[in-house]
Design a protein around this ligand. Structure first.
Ligand code: SF4
Length: 141
C-alpha cells in the first residue's frame, strides 16, 4: 500500500465518523474527546488495527487518535530524494526531536514511533479541522 492509498482510505474512515458525530450534534470538543484511544477502541474498531489488541501505538496515558497521521508528516510515493543508494520517501517537516529517519533495506522512511506531538488534546485543538484531509493538505509532496 502506498502512502497515498493509506491516506485516502484513512480519510474516508475519518469522514464517516465525523459525519456520524455531527448528526448527533457533537460539539468540536466532544468530537475531539470521542477520538481518545480507549473510546475509539470500544466504538470504532475498524479505524485502527491496534484497537483489537488494545495496544497503543504510543505508550502514553492520554492518547488521542484524531491526528493519525500527523499534519507535519511529508511523503512522496515515488521518493523525495536519493541518499547514496537509498531512496527517502518521507520526513518530518518540523524535524521533531523525537522523530527519526529509519532505513529499511534501500528505503528511508520517517519513524514517528517515539513522537507524541499530534496525540495531545492541546495540539489537536490548535490544528482542529473537521475535514481531516484539509488538516493533512501539506503532507503529500
Ligand atoms: S516526528 Fe512527530 S511531529 Fe514529526 S511527523 Fe512524526 S509525529 Fe509528526
Amino acid at each position: 500500500m502506498t502512502y497515498s492509498e493509506w491516506f485516502d482510505a484513512h480519510a474516508t474512515k475519518h469522514k464517516t465518523i465525523i459525519k456520524k458525530l455531527l448528526a448527533q450534534n457533537f460539539t468540536s470538543d466532544q468530537i475531539i474527546e470521542y477520538f481518545e484511544f480507549s473510546n475509539m477502541a470500544k466504538h470504532e474498531k475498524e479505524f485502527c488495527l491496534l484497537y483489537e489488541t488494545k495496544k497503543k501505538c504510543h505508550d502514553i496515558a492520554y492518547l488521542n487518535c484524531y491526528f493519525c497521521a500527523c499534519p507535519h508528516f511529508r511523503f512522496k510515493n515515488d521518493g523525495i530524494e536519493k541518499i547514496e543508494e537509498k531512496t527517502k520517501y518521507s520526513f518530518c517537516a518540523i524535524d521533531a526531536k523525537d522523530g527519526a529517519l529509519a532505513t529499511y533495506g534501500d528505503a528511508i522512511h520517517q519513524d514517528c514511533s517515539n513522537c507524541e506531538v499530534p496525540h495531545s488534546k492541546k495540539y489537536i485543538e490548535q490544528k482542529f479541522d473537521l475535514d481531516w484531509k484539509n488538516a493533512m493538505r501539506e503532507c503529500a509532496l
